[in-house]
Design a binder for this molecule. Structure first.
Ligand code: BGC
Length: 506
């Protein structure tokens, strides 16, 4: 604990010295800036114009107070009706791109392509066209957690048929929007989908079936991702000319002491290597350490086979290389240790028992409103350089990074977070990491999953008391705008206005 803590302190003070010397830092010429959101978190209109129920509608309606403030996304930011205001905000910020997700059950109310909901398609057409009018590139996530409930009733991501269900849905999206969308992301954060939704109870569908369901989900999700990639690659890439990748949640894992270095690396392999290794490594497949550990534990526990499903050699090849870029959502870092007490620490069987380590965060780290959001910018640098080294320097888009508060327009702590994390990212770029773009999470406050509307991530504050869901720029919006406009990180810039305008050209 002490070793890691001291090394973090030493490293961050070298960063301080550098910052003091280097007040204004330039972003590369081709670098693009954006902001991100997700369908369930902002759209509302949960049952309007033919949309059917998804797993978040079901969870929030069946068990309202499983959400901290007993709220739901029925109306959320009402972006279904207020999308023009959202685009206006993108123009105010001068964004190059905007990352949003499609609601599967809005486009395909039966979950399948037998019936395409025209009103749902129209909504996304309107949004995309409005953005393109002002040269704002759409970056579209196909799946950001809102699975049609019907598919969940049939096992959701644990049912291998989902590979086809997802591929059929992806094809409809390419067909409908691919003439104008040039950046596609298949999945947002597989770890959160599989571990939190199936192996724990911290995201819908809250199955909490430990040590099995999350691994079945992982294999099916990777196959579904790969199938969508191959469809795009073979049927649409030539005529539509876009790129397609996947977004992983990737945190950094420090070892508590030197003795825990192996445990920390294994945590990396379990937490995001599980999804990165099959796609981005030279050999493909789940990380060897996961395969070995889970097979050994499963045998000792009396299972007939490893709880981690195997990929056949053909499947390994099918998934390997199935992304044009590595999308990264990064918020924070963790500390890892392993000792004798592990044997009784975790439930058996479970994912964390398989990893056989404890992951935690230092209570001394500065933090935002969200429990997990500790401010450790150096971890971002470590993560990015580790990805460069492990996977042959893939093109990277930071598809989410941001900070939570409990609200308020003067958000200096959010501004400090953005500056520190962008500074760490620029250090990684200086090391040769191929980072091509950055999206702030989030354009505006939104439904923060199990935390409802309590934790706020927006550059714009949303007034949930007003029927118009009034959006007001926070101080951080002015600072981000300045970064986007100048393509520079200036530690001393102070906005001299609180009146937001649209600059010429937007
Ligand atoms: C998710 C977002 C979420 C954000 C902040 C990411 O894990 O993709 O949907 O709001 O983190 O918690």
């Amino acid at each position: 604990m002490l070793t890691i803590f001291l090394s973090v302190l030493v490293l961050s003070s070298t960063h301080q010295i550098k910052k003091a010397r280097d007040n204004v830092r330039k972003f590369p010429d081709e670098f693009i800036f954006g902001a991100a959101t997700a369908s369930y978190q902002i759209e509302g209109a949960w049952d309007e114009d033919g949309k059917s129920e998804n797993i978040w509608d079901r969870l929030t309606h069946a068990d309202p107070c499983s959400i901290t403030d007993c709220s739901n996304g029925d109306i959320a930011d009402d972006s279904y009706h207020l999308y023009k205001r959202d685009v206006e905000m993108m123009r105010e910020l001068g964004l190059d791109f905007y990352r949003f997700s499609l609601s599967w059950s809005r486009i395909l109310p039966t979950s399948f392509p037998d019936k395409i909901n025209e009103a749902g398609v129209q909504y996304y057409n309107n949004l995309i066209d409005e953005m393109l009018k002002y040269n704002i590139e759409p970056m579209v996530t196909l799946y950001h957690w809102d699975l049609p409930q019907k598919l969940q009733d049939m096992g959701g991501w644990t049912n291998p048929y989902i590979v086809d269900w997802f591929a059929d849905y992806a094809r409809v999206a390419f067909e409908m929007f691919g003439d104008r969308v040039k950046y596609w992301i298949t999945m947002n954060e597989p770890r959160e989908i599989c571990y939190q939704g199936y192996g724990a109870n911290t995201k819908a569908p809250r199955l909490n079936i430990k040590g099995t369901a999350e691994y079945m989900c992982a294999k099916n999700l990777l196959m579904a991702h790969a199938k969508a990639y191959h469809i795009y690659n073979e049927e649409y890439r030539f005529s539509q000319g876009g790129i397609i990748g996947i977004t992983l949640s990737a945190n950094w894992y420090y070892s508590e002491t030197e003795a825990d270095i192996e445990a920390a690396e294994e945590a990396v392999q379990f937490e995001w290597g599980q999804y990165a290794n099959p796609i981005f490594s030279e050999k493909g497949d789940f990380p060897p350490v996961m395969k070995e550990k889970i097979a050994a534990k499963s045998a000792a526990q009396g299972f007939a086979r490893s709880r981690l499903p195997e990929f056949t050699p053909e499947e390994v090849e099918y998934v390997r290389g199935s992304a044009d870029f590595f999308g990264i959502n990064h918020y924070s870092s963790y500390i890892v240790y392993r000792n004798e007490s592990m044997a009784t620490y975790h439930e058996v069987p479970s994912y964390y028992d398989d990893l056989n380590a404890v992951i935690y965060q230092s209570s001394e780290w500065e933090h935002g409103a969200s429990d997990f959001l500790k401010v450790v910018p150096e971890g971002f640098y470590k993560l990015l350089t580790d990805i460069k080294q492990k996977y042959n320097n893939p093109p990277i888009y930071i598809t989410e990074n941001g900070y939570s508060t409990y609200g308020g327009l003067v958000d200096d702590d959010r501004i400090a977070y953005y500056r520190k994390y962008m500074d760490a990212m620029l250090d990684a770029i200086d090391e040769g990491c191929d980072i091509r773009g950055y999206a702030a999470w989030s354009l505006l406050d939104n439904f923060e999953w199990m935390e409802g509307y309590l934790e706020r991530f927006g550059l714009y504050e949303v007034d949930y008391e007003s029927p118009e869901r009034t959006r007001t720029p926070r101080k951080s919006a002015f600072v981000y705008k300045q970064i986007v406009r100048t393509r520079e990180l200036d530690w001393h810039y102070e906005p001299d206005t609180d009146v937001m305008t649209i600059d010429e050209g937007y």
